[in-house]
Design a protein around this ligand. Sequence first.
Ligand code: UT7
Length: 329
Amino acid sequence: MNASPARHSRITGTGSLLPAHRVTNADLAARLAADGIQTSDDWIMERTGIRARHFVAPGVQTSDIAVAAARHALEAAGRKSEDIDLVIVATSTPDMVFPSTACIVQRKLGIHGGAAFDVQAVCTGFVYALALADSMIRTGLATKALVIGAEIFSRILDFKDRTTCVLFGDGAGAVVLEASDTPGVLASELHADGRHVDILCVPGQVAAGQVTGDPFVRMDGQAVFKLAVGVLDSVSRAVLAKAGRSAESVHWMVPHQANIRIMHSAARRLGVPAERLVVTVDEHGNTSAASIPLALDTAVRAGRIKPGQSVLLQGVGGGFTWGAVLLDF
Ligand code: UT7
């Protein structure tokens, strides 16, 4: 008797939600100037490539933007909520301490049953979530997954700290990942090194009925920058080697959107031409776990990423965490 064919997973639809409220560098500079803090459009553009970011309105929750992105992805995949048997939300800014934002998303989409949970790997969260969903589909634990990255970072920014508050934005991106006879996800690599917990963190916690400690994003930007450039290169090479593919075969590189200088350097080191780099950091800022699925959906809807093309997703962020997924779209 022949063995049953290997089961794979494949992206069948993408979606995203970028909040309507656009905040330019000049808007932020004016806001900071009111507190006597100096920054400028020139500094932000030159050091990061960010021109604007988008912030949600008061009262909007992470699950709301996650659901909006998920609905777009479901529509693109030609699927209904009830087809989904796995919801993973990558987020560092959940609606509540518990239950998971994924369960809240499940309720808002009217999905009952299957599995739902959050992944907390900060800016690498979507890559972790996608690799997990792929593993769960390949091992038969799920058949159709919604994999979402959603963040409201504007609520954990200290607008008196110019070294961090100019960098981040809000948004959500989602994909539908389905069991398939032909490979979509080709290889994944996930890593973490907890020795670097302190270089990018929100150290506060809820205790005794209140937030104790510091509830804002704190980052040693230079330390993160140096680590990011090295690990993105090694993890990309590892995932390509695992799949038996070359850097030349990559049609699109969709890296975490934190800083244009890091992205260009990663592409250059790997030998991927700049034209094959998907860049949305200019208009989105750094949306942490949402940045990769937002960039992916933006490029798909612009007709740049086409079915059958090879896409390299690269994540890096707090933890320290990093990872990559290579897939045929
Ligand atoms: O999402 C997770 C991954 N995160 C990242 O990948 C972020 C990685 N790090 C970075 O992107 C960069 O390190 C930053 C954009 C955060 C900073 O750029 P940098 O070139 O490393 O600047 P720096 O920290 O060395 O600061 C240079 C100068 C300093 O002034 P002095 O000490 O030279 O007088 C800062 O105080 O720029 C000053 N500065 C600012 N000036 C105007 C810092 N922030 C600002 C600001 N506006 N917003």
